[in-house]
Design a protein around this ligand. Structure first.
Ligand code: ADP
Length: 266
């Protein structure tokens, strides 16, 4: 059931018998199905803004040729559609880069405290614009660790941006950093970062699929918020490269906490 076999027959030497082989190629078949789905998704995601752009160009060349009010409005929409395509291509490049980095262990000594402080600082204007309070209480001392600072910055940017986007207005997003020496997810000493929002939360049924490429709980809302559907897939690969774990705890109406647990030495 749900298993794919490749069946091959060949002669067994001069014995006059035949060898029939049943190879279980389920994993291979699933991988190629995933690749096909991915290409179909990317094409769809790119085609949607492209179709809109082509439609507006046609209107600007025809019916709206002399209507300056319509021109200003349409150019604004075209700009945001082009920006969406640009974000999608940027995220696709990031995803492909982190996927091909998987086998290369990070080697640089970094301060996670510095990475997190600068990330929170850079996102304060985004939070203000969304009427969200972004809080980070830095701990007194956190040991340095071996990691890729740019990639971890991307992890926390994606998680904090999601908390701001999906948490809704008048929300508070809390970021905490602590030592996680005895976390069951790790064999050695590590650190743990929690990003918590008090928004509508996530139905537990969605949790196992959140890090799949292009998986969104509410397609329309995600697109409206400028999401590409690739943010958590990128996060998953970066954490995996650092031999860490991500845990999501949430209930509908109770907000969500995304926890990243990283070893000090991957
Ligand atoms: P997107 O670009 O759509 O935000 P992500 O991969 O970052 O894609 O997230 C996948 C989906 O997970 C989102 O579309 C959203 O439905 C859900 N999600 C992520 N973070 C949160 C959060 N803090 N609260 C509620 N839903 C979230």
């Amino acid at each position: 059931h749900d298993t794919t076999y490749r069946v091959t027959c060949r002669a067994a030497g001069d014995t006059g018998c035949v060898i029939v082989c049943f190879d279980d190629v389920t994993a291979l078949e699933q991988a190629s199905q995933m690749r096909r789905d991915f290409v179909a998704n990317v094409s769809h995601e790119l085609r949607t803004p492209l179709t809109a752009l082509m439609g507006f160009i046609e209107t600007l060349q025809g019916p709206a040729r002399d209507d300056t009010t319509a021109q200003t409005r349409f150019l604004g929409i075209m700009q945001s559609e082009a920006a969406r395509m640009n974000r999608l291509v940027g995220d696709l490049l990031s995803l492909s880069r982190v996927e091909s980095d998987q086998r290369v262990r990070p080697t640089t000594q970094i301060s996670l405290l510095d990475v997190l402080s600068s990330t929170v600082h850079a996102l304060q204007p985004v939070a203000q614009k969304a009427k969200v309070t972004l809080v980070f209480d830095p701990p007194d001392h956190i040991p340095t660790m071996i990691a890729d600072a740019d990639q971890l910055r991307q992890v926390f940017t994606n998680l904090i941006e999601n908390a701001i986007k999906y948490g809704g207005e008048d929300n508070t997003v809390q970021v905490t950093l602590a030592a996680a020496d005895r976390d069951p997810a790790l064999r050695a000493a590590g650190v743990r970062v929690d990003v918590t929002d008090h928004g509508p939360g996530i139905d537990p049924a969605h949790l196992p699929r959140l890090t799949e490429r292009f998986y969104r709980i509410d397609n329309h809302r995600s697109r409206e918020m400028g999401g590409t559907g690739l943010g958590l897939a990128i996060v998953k690969h970066i954490i995996h490269r650092h031999r860490g774990r991500m845990r999501v705890t949430s209930e509908l109406g109770q907000g969500a906490t995304f926890s990243v647990i990283l070893p000090l030495v991957p």
